[in-house]
Design a protein around this ligand. Structure first.
Ligand code: DC
Length: 221
């Protein structure tokens, strides 16, 4: 098994920026597990399949061929869907799809397969609790809700901030309250609040933990 750095937390906490930066610095593979839920949700919507139908959604999740490529590119069944999965509609559908146990089991298996063979920085909601409970470094990355909406608004200027705030609150509530692998801090995860920190400062905090807990065999990281 490779080394795993698990970064969990709510939407807009800075997980993607931090996870990508760390992966680059460490030479690890960056995996955005949320993109997998988004890809399966997108596939369902494109075929008019109800995203809360557990039987059909399990079939889709098992059949989905998902490839994660460098540069935050993701292929679904050979097709590049990197940009198409980034809409508000897909974010909300992904959160509903992610509440289904059978879908989670299918995608967790794919995530574990990647972590078995590689050193990874993986971000999501259940990476430290369920996917890799033995991860060497586990971070629960959080930020003030107002700041999280502000960050998302900068990424999605076409959506009114009020609307975005509602969408994020709904999604967080669903992700935290679902029965299957809810968003929760692992008991052994380090809580980091990124509200008043720059990405560099957050990265540096995590790198300290990495240096303390992972030896790369060459001495320095
Ligand atoms: O990180 P994101 O916003 O792209 O994730 C989209 C949705 O997928 C999110 O609302 C919850 C779900 N998700 C999950 O349940 N477990 C993960 N490991 C990653 C994402």
């Amino acid at each position: 098994m490779g080394h795993v750095i698990a970064i969990d937390g709510p939407a807009g906490a800075g997980k993607s920026t931090i996870a990508r930066g760390l992966a680059e610095k460490l030479g690890y593979i960056y995996i955005d597990s949320g993109a997998m839920y988004r890809a399966v949700a997108m596939w369902a919507l494109s075929m008019d399949i109800a995203v809360d139908d557990p039987v059909k959604m399990e079939q889709l999740a098992l059949a989905a061929e998902i490839e994660m490529l460098p540069g935050r590119r993701i292929l679904l069944n050979g097709e590049d869907v990197s940009d198409r999965i980034r809409t508000a509609e897909i974010a909300s559908a992904a959160s509903r799809v992610a509440a289904l146990g059978p879908v989670r089991r299918a995608l967790v298996a794919k995530q574990r397969e990647i972590g078995e063979k590689n050193n990874v920085v993986m971000e999501g909601r259940d990476i430290g609790t369920v996917v890799f409970p033995a991860a060497r470094v586990k971070i629960f990355l959080d930020a003030d809700p107002v700041e999280r909406v502000r960050r998302r608004a900068a990424e999605q200027p076409d959506i009114a901030p009020g609307e975005l705030a509602t969408q994020i609150a709904d999604r967080d509530r669903r992700d935290r309250q679902r029965a299957e692998s809810p968003l929760v801090q692992a008991p052994d995860a380090v809580y980091l609040d990124s509200t008043a920190l720059t990405a560099e400062q957050v990265e540096e905090e995590i790198l300290k933990l990495v240096r303390a807990r992972i030896s790369n065999g060459k001495g320095a990281l």
